[in-house]
Design a protein around this ligand. Structure first.
Ligand code: NAI
Ligand code: MG
Length: 395
């Protein structure tokens, strides 16, 4: 029997491309694992009315480690329209399965490293005063609270009277009191002390372990005084246990501007769910974009690793596949680190770095081409060729 069992969830679209390619890399590195397939995604919504079937949850409960590709999500009304006619009118409502999975297993710590690989033509460059340019090394690791905030799922269109009544206890409600319920939509931003403590502590611990000098809390406490304020207060407390690491604070809007001016100044960054999502895409754009953006969703018991990109439906039918497998490969390297196979994790990252530096096998995004079947004839490598190149470097 292998040492580890990994639940593999390719999902939809290009998830079905990048996950199998990544398994080839894990095999090449000698990762001692068995893989069990689990169903997730759009077809299970359409056919069964549940994009995250119980059998998938059972597998995750049993084996505790997951690799996930991507799913296709659609807004509520579109999703309802595509549901199998036999399941219509059963009161089923679509929820993103990855958001549900994070909540079911309390995968509350999301880590999104955004680190530049030398030689990547997509790396951020900055013009210098003398008209030249420089390429600062970006090494930011975003800690996104993954289960609360604006993703907590507490929302209403046409809120019931009880909700309106509860809101009316707040003085600020007066402005909205005359708006008819059917003209109101409410999405709640909810933080818990425990959720804040766990994400902030995880970030400081990571900073300590990996030698970062600061942890930046990126919120908006001047406006979101209660939720962002709670995160800030928690950071002040937690920092006391990490005297060598500075606690910095930025506002999300200013941070989005600064990250394109001086991204090298930031190391570990913590944010709530929505801001963490935004800021991690922002930093990902400086180090190669979605083709390079990896992540881990980590709870006490279960951990699931995934590229942050979605299912890119416009490329799903392409044969040969053209999308960049690196984000998924780097997500698997995070899994290796998580289980303590740090040498294998490093070997995977080194192989990716070598392929990027060499610059021979580049998917269309790295060639700055428009994606599509033509990109191959324009010199782009296929997903398979890039994976082959990574495996070759592993040797
Ligand atoms: P997306 O990430 O699927 O694609 C956006 C664009 O980024 C693509 O058109 C492509 O140009 C590029 N891209 C993405 N992955 C790439 C890769 N590996 N290599 C090269 N280029 C890549 O986001 P989009 O188009 O907003 O959403 C498509 C579907 O994916 C939607 O249904 C959305 O809900 C879902 N989605 C799922 C996520 C997940 O599974 N965690 C995350 C984000 C979106
Ligand atoms: Mg996102």
């Amino acid at each position: 029997m292998a040492r580890y069992t990994i639940v593999t969830m390719p999902g939809d679209g290009i998830g079905k491309v990048v996950l199998p390619e990544t398994l080839r890399v894990l095999e090449a590195i000698g990762f001692d694992a068995d893989y069990v397939h689990a169903d997730i995604g759009w077809e299970y919504w359409v056919e069964e009315g549940n994009p995250l079937p119980d059998r998938t949850l059972d597998l995750l409960r049993e084996f505790k480690l997951g690799l996930f590709g991507a799913i296709t999500s659609k807004p509520k009304k579109l999703a309802a329209a595509e549901l199998n006619p036999e399941l219509q009118d059963k009161g089923l409502s679509y929820f993103s399965p990855i958001v549900s999975m994070r909540q079911v297993f309390n995968l509350d710590v999301c880590i999104r490293p955004c680190q530049s690989f030398p030689g990547n033509p997509l790396n951020f460059i900055r013009r210098t005063a003398d008209g030249g340019f420089e390429e600062p090394v970006v090494d930011a690791v975003i800690f996104r609270q993954n289960t609360e905030g604006l993703y907590c799922g507490l929302e209403w269109t046409n809120p019931p009277d009880e909700v309106r009544e509860a809101l009316s206890s707040h003085p600020k409600y007066a402005t909205f009191a005359a708006t008819p319920s059917e003209e109101l939509a409410i999405s709640m931003r909810l933080f818990t002390l425990n959720g804040c403590r766990r994400i902030v502590t995880a970030a400081f611990e990571y900073a300590k372990k990996h030698g970062y000098k600061s942890v930046t809390i990126c919120e908006k406490p001047n406006v979101l005084r209660e939720t962002s304020g709670m995160m800030e207060d928690v950071a002040v407390e937690v920092q006391k246990d990490f005297p060598d690491i500075q606690h910095w604070s930025t506002n999300i809007d200013a941070q989005m501007m600064w990250l394109t001016k001086n991204p090298e100044n930031y190391g570990v960054i913590v944010a709530g769910n929505m801001f963490g999502d935004i800021i991690s895409d922002g930093f990902a754009g400086l180090v190669g974009g979605l083709g390079f953006a990896c992540s881990g969703n980590i709870g006490d018991d279960v951990a699931v690793f995934e590229p942050t990109h979605g299912s890119a439906p416009k490329y799903e039918e392409l044969d040969p596949p053209i999308v960049n497998p690196i984000a998924m490969v780097l997500s698997a390297a995070m899994l290796l680190d998580h289980v303590g196979e740090t040498d294998q994790a490093k070997a995977v990252r080194d192989a990716v770095a070598a392929v990027v530096a060499e610059g021979k096998a580049r998917t269309y995004d790295m060639m700055k081409l428009t994606g599509g079947p033509d990109s191959i004839s324009q010199g782009a490598a296929t997903s398979i060729q890039v994976t082959d190149a990574i495996i070759e470097k592993i040797g």
